[in-house]
Write a protein that binds this ligand. Structure first.
Ligand SMILES: C[S@@+](CC[C@H](N)C(=O)[O-])C[C@H]1O[C@@H](n2cnc3c(N)ncnc32)[C@H](O)[C@@H]1O
Length: 241
């Protein structure tokens, strides 16, 4: 029986839910995740009513509600959702897909998604849903691995990783799709969003060894501002006008 792409992703995250935070909420992973989150935070209303798509173990929701506001998360993996509920007991977390959101129109004034969009089978459906659940004036911000020379070898690396059964939180062949600036701009524009801003972020990668990670983290702001060709996550923010 063939397993669909989404089913494979769901099963994988169910399997790694117990160890996910060792990767992304500790040491280099925590710095990497915080760095990405800070980019999103700047583009979203403070203390708003947030929906986080592909919320995983609730890392971004936890950061968002730290200074007030409300957070809701949705994720296809039940085990990741369980972890998120444990992390943020006062927030609502629901098992579901970003392509068909179980919320009424105009429910949120902020939507986020961290390291998820490259997995999504139907990005047009997801953005149309984001548009629908946002209230007029609401903001969306997401970041995901982008398409450029630096990331072009990743799919093959993941395929090899899967073949030799490397135990790694993300190193598996999920047929991910990476986007460039033009593709992102047109996806958001076609979904009806205004104020679409696309930029590159991240230079320090979680899988670098410590001294190199520290060095890369130090020059990261310079790279993002002056040599964005070397940054590998693509960041998009936009508004429902
Ligand atoms: C790399 S993890 C990121 C988790 C979290 N956003 C974070 O920053 O830690 C990717 C997450 O996306 C979820 N996911 C993948 N495709 C999805 C979809 N179509 N709808 C909702 N969640 C999805 C996975 O189950 C997984 O929890």
């Amino acid at each position: 029986m063939s397993v669909t792409k989404t089913e494979k992703i769901r099963k994988h995250y169910d399997t790694v839910a117990d160890t996910y935070d060792i990767h992304y909420d500790d040491h280099r992973g925590k710095k990497y995740h915080t760095h990405l989150s800070n980019h999103l935070m700047k583009a979203l209303p403070e203390c708003g009513n947030l929906l986080d798509i592909g919320c995983g173990t609730g890392l971004f929701v936890e950061k968002y509600i730290q200074h007030g506001g409300q957070g809701t998360g949705v994720d296809i993996s039940e085990k990741m959702v369980e972890k998120a509920r444990h992390r943020c007991p006062d927030c609502e977390f629901i098992v579901g897909t970003g392509e068909k959101l179980p919320f009424d129109d105009s429910t949120f004034n902020a939507v986020s998604s961290v390291l998820v969009f490259s997995y999504v089978k139907d990005p047009v459906a997801m953005l149309s849903e984001v548009y629908r659940v946002l209230e007029p004036g609401g903001s969306v911000a997401l970041c995901t691995l982008g398409k450029k020379l630096i990331t072009s070898g990743i799919p093959s690396l993941y395929k090899i990783g899967e073949k030799i059964r490397i135990k790694h939180v993300v190193m598996k062949d999920f047929g991910e799709h990476y986007y460039n600036e033009k593709e992102m701009y047109s996806l958001f524009d076609n979904a009806g969003f205004g104020d679409v801003d696309v930029k590159w972020c991240s230079f320090a990668h979680i899988d670098m060894i410590d001294p190199i990670f520290s060095l890369a983290a130090r020059v990261e702001p310079f790279v993002e501002k002056s040599v964005p060709q070397l940054a590998y996550n693509i960041f998009v923010s936009a508004k429902k006008e």
